[in-house]
Design a protein around this ligand. Structure first.
Ligand code: UD1
Ligand code: CA
Length: 460
């Protein structure tokens, strides 16, 4: 963009009544990321720091999800409609000093950067005062109907609720996508003329089309066919359709890059995840956030990951759940392994079935194969953690650390009450409750002594 200047305005203040939820609609997720993430991804390199977002319903949650986002947020205290949202943000648009204002509904997450750029270029080249994108969806919908005259010149957008066939004739199927480009100086005089005399009692941004046409401005509508990419999301049905389309696209890209995806129709990979060619994953699975799966890894079915780093050659067995954790080269997790935030598994270590690890570092070759909880702990290389070992890290008020040296052998069903240290080479007898430091190479047994006495029976 060299010969003109444009800012972007994202309309995101609405509640999303048709989602039947108290969560602001633009924070609803597709493949683990909120709708707004996708809208911003399409805009940020185009408009750089000139991106404003109108927030209202749940504003604090939207702002918290995107702290310091670009030029920031404009608060629309009462959500009186998309036209009112534009009026509210207009002073920010003017202060940006930009010639053009690009506007997009925040509930249009599949939009891509190329569409945005092409649309802007055409709007500027054609010297339009108001331009917008349209689609002709295959399915029945409630979008704003586009009205054109005999010469196919745009006349107005009429919302589905307000559409009267006796006035406008049968609908053509062409509808408004909610993406506009306005010439700021031209539209300035029209904004105050919006009214709320319609079935919803709202100020509609779409009424600008009618007003601009009346004022003999240059108004164009660019039809993009039945592209799902420009579909607004208003209902759970539409959210699910959009998520499926996006899921298909991401998995298709991975397959083309050389990732082996078994059962690919139910593998879900988020837009920020990276999977190396040659890695193998099996659906169903959910690989979300900034997860990285390196080459030579195998991720079996029914695995959930968010912000997980999986190094070369690691194997994640079925039904494992991994969040904000690192799995080292050649490690093995699960089946049914759980790595909570802050778990770090060094090279060759193993976390087996029904083992939960939180904020803990397992050194090279550590094995915790069965039924164990390791929290706030450091475990030295080569240590074997017996089945049923529990680090008791919480006394009801505070959390404490457990430090275990290298090559320790922990017998089954051991409770280690933190804070406590276990020296390298120590051996803990099965069933112990460890409350005191164990020195290097010491054997600790802390359990009731076995007593064998004659059994009292009727005969004796
Ligand atoms: C809108 C358009 C419709 C178009 C459709 C495309 C209007 C009047 N209608 O309808 O022509 O076909 O989008 O998807 O614009 N918002 C605010 N403040 C408000 C109200 C809404 O910021 O006071 C935001 C919402 O958060 C949403 C966007 O504006 O992201 C669109 O609002 P929504 O209620 O979803 O409009 P639609 O009925 O879908
Ligand atoms: Ca909408």
């Amino acid at each position: 963009m060299t010969d003109f200047s444009a800012c972007a305005l994202v309309l995101a203040a609405g509640k999303g009544t048709r989602m039947y939820s108290d969560k602001p609609k633009v924070l609803r997720t597709l493949l683990g990321e909120p709708m707004l993430h996708y809208v911003y991804s399409a805009l940020d390199t185009v408009f750089e720091d000139k991106i404003y977002t109108v927030v209202g319903f749940g504003a604090e949650h939207v702002e918290a999800a995107f702290p310091d986002y670009k030029s920031g947020f404009v608060l629309q205290k009462e959500q009186l409609g998309t036209g009112h949202a534009l009026q509210t943000a207009w002073s920010s648009v003017q202060e940006s000093g930009c010639e053009y204002c690009f506007i997009i509904n925040g509930d249009t997450p599949l939009v891509n950067k190329v569409t945005v750029l092409d649309f802007l270029d055409a709007a500027v080249k054609d010297k339009t005062d108001l331009s917008f994108l349209t689609i002709t969806p295959d399915e029945e919908n409630q979008f704003g109907r586009v009205i054109r005259d005999k010469d196919l010149k745009v006349k107005a957008i009429v919302e589905a609720k307000d559409y009267d066939e006796s006035v406008y004739g049968p609908p053509s199927g062409e509808v408004n996508a909610g993406i506009y480009c306005l010439k700021v100086s031209a539209i300035d005089g029209l904004l105050s003329r919006l009214n709320n005399e319609n079935k919803s009692g709202e100020y509609y941004i779409t009424d600008l089309v009618d007003l601009a046409v009346e004022s003999e401005m240059n108004v164009t509508a660019v039809n993009c066919g039945n592209s799902i990419d420009l579909m607004g999301i208003n209902t759970p049905y539409e959210l699910s359709k959009a998520e499926s389309a996006l899921r298909f696209k991401i998995v298709d890209d991975l397959l083309r890059q050389g990732v082996v995806v078994h059962n690919c129709e139910c593998a879900a990979v988020g837009p920020k995840a990276e999977i190396a060619p040659g890695a193998e994953i099996t659906g169903p699975c959910e690989i979300f956030g900034k997860s990285v799966i390196s080459s030579g890894c195998l991720v079996e079915s029914n695995v959930f990951m968010r912000d997980a780093f999986i190094a070369e050659g690691a194997v994640i067995h079925s039904f494992s759940h991994i969040e904000k954790s690192e799995v080292g080269v050649g490690c093995s997790v699960g089946p049914y392994g759980r790595l909570r935030p802050g778990a770090v598994l060094e090279e060759g270590s193993k976390v087996g079935n029904f083992v939960e690890v939180k904020k803990s570092r397992l050194g090279k070759g550590v094995k915790a194969s069965h039924l164990t909880y390791l929290g706030d702990s450091e475990i030295g290389a080569g240590t074997n953690v017996g089945a049923g070992t529990i680090t008791c890290n919480y006394d009801g008020k505070n959390k404490f650390k457990t430090i275990i040296g290298e090559n320790v052998f922990i017998g089954s069903n051991t409770a280690i009450v933190a804070p406590v240290e276990v020296g390298a080479g120590a051996l803990i007898g099965a069933g112990s409750t460890i409350t005191k430091k164990i020195g290097e190479n010491e054997l600790a047994v802390a359990r009731g002594k076995q007593v064998n006495i004659r059994r009292h029976t009727e005969k004796s």
